[in-house]
Design a binder for this molecule. Structure first.
Ligand code: ZN
Ligand code: ZN
Length: 369
């Protein structure tokens, strides 16, 4: 069971109860009379239930959370605490699946293609008294725009990560081992109130910094190394994401110093245009233009950003191929980087809330050159 921490108790409530209605509004367009929700984060979004085993049946009038005996107490408690109109049914081995009865009067049941395996789909075909229909992104689309309670949780997670870096940052020096710095960040986030780290913490120095998703290893940092620290915390299920780069011993001069400055300028250019109504691809283009000017076009080998929430990577994507425009209430990262083999890598990343006239940063650690 999720243990309420002082951080969570102080946060404003989320508006969970209205989400089922917004999902049902999409049923006609999707060509379904019901949806079987099997993606854990989507079940949590709609019901408040955070257990590892649960699927949610949603039809026009009922919502039924199916879980097993391990969650006999937790599931009803979390559903009640979220204030949602959801029945909880505890299923067990040898019992007939409640899905057959639930699906009797529904012609088409949507399955979430992103989380159903081929074998699960075949098993459900035996159980459901309906035609199974492919669906994709119905709930993920709703999740893109956050309510105030969700933003407060992401902001609280970001504050925990900021505090961890403030505590651990002074130890990022010559001789420090990547894996030890990563473990110290993780520990500081947990003792600072995080339920978990948001993803596997990246601390990458010297040659490893040239790998955008390097895993922290046994290499001690050396004077003059570029170091990339990418990490985040989880508070009440919601994540933060931030990257800070530095050079061991100070920025100094030379190509490393130029790269630190150029990527920071690229991030500033991207952040400057973040606002509701702006095409997501334009934010990517703004970052890319600065790096091209600095001769680092080819060194920026990933998209500029992504949505953050219950998942560390969710919609919207901020890349050159993104088709949509930003909306107020979305929480996104802006994280240009440059990676040069033999020299090292740099990334600056913040998590920000998109507003009508710009953005509000949720991560706040200083960005010093
Ligand atoms: Zn990150
Ligand atoms: Zn990120």
């Amino acid at each position: 069971m999720t243990v309420p921490t002082p951080i969570v108790d102080a946060l404003p409530p989320m508006r969970v109860a209205e989400r089922l209605g917004r999902l049902r509004e999409q049923f006609d367009v999707a060509g379904i009379g019901a949806l079987l929700v099997t993606t854990g984060a989507n079940v949590r979004y709609l019901t408040g239930f955070s257990g590892s085993a649960g699927s949610l049946w949603v039809d026009g009038s009922r919502a039924v959370l199916l879980t097993d005996g391990r969650y006999r107490d937790q599931a009803p408690a979390q559903v009640a605490s979220a204030g949602v109109d959801v029945e909880v049914v505890v299923t067990g081995a040898g019992q007939p699946s409640p899905l057959r009865t639930l699906s009797v009067h529904v012609a088409e049941v949507g399955l979430e293609a992103g989380s159903i395996t081929w074998s699960e789909q075949r098993g459900l075909a035996q159980v459901l008294d309906s035609e199974a229909v492919f669906t994709e992104g119905l709930i993920e689309g709703l999740r893109e725009v956050k309510d105030d309670g969700e933003v407060a949780r992401i902001e609280a997670a970001a504050a925990v990560a900021d505090a961890a870096l403030a505590a651990v940052g002074p130890t990022i020096a010559a001789g420090a081992v990547e894996a030890d710095v990563a473990a110290a960040l993780d520990h500081a986030m947990r003792t600072g109130g995080a339920a978990d780290r948001a993803f596997e913490t990246i601390v990458a120095g010297g040659p490893n910094s040239a790998l955008p998703h390097a895993r922290p290893g046994p290499r001690p940092l050396a004077e003059g190394d570029l170091v990339v620290c990418d990490f985040g915390a989880v508070v009440d299920g919601y994540r933060s994401d931030m990257t800070r780069s530095r050079r061991v011993g100070g920025t100094g001069i030379g190509p490393e110093a130029e790269m630190l400055a150029a990527v920071l300028e690229a991030q500033a250019a991207g952040l400057a245009i973040v606002a509701a109504g702006v095409p997501a691809a334009e934010v990517d283009a703004a970052c890319r233009a600065v790096l091209a000017e600095a001769g680092l076009a080819d060194a920026f080998s990933h998209g500029t950003g992504h949505g953050v929430g219950l998942d560390i990577h969710e919609g919207p994507g901020l890349s050159s191929s993104a088709t949509g425009s930003l909306r107020a209430g979305q929480v996104v990262t802006v994280e240009p980087g440059a990676y040069v083999a033999g020299l090292g890598g740099v990334r600056w990343e913040d998590t920000v809330l998109v507003t009508d006239d710009g953005h509000r940063p949720l991560t706040g650690s200083p960005k010093v050159l």
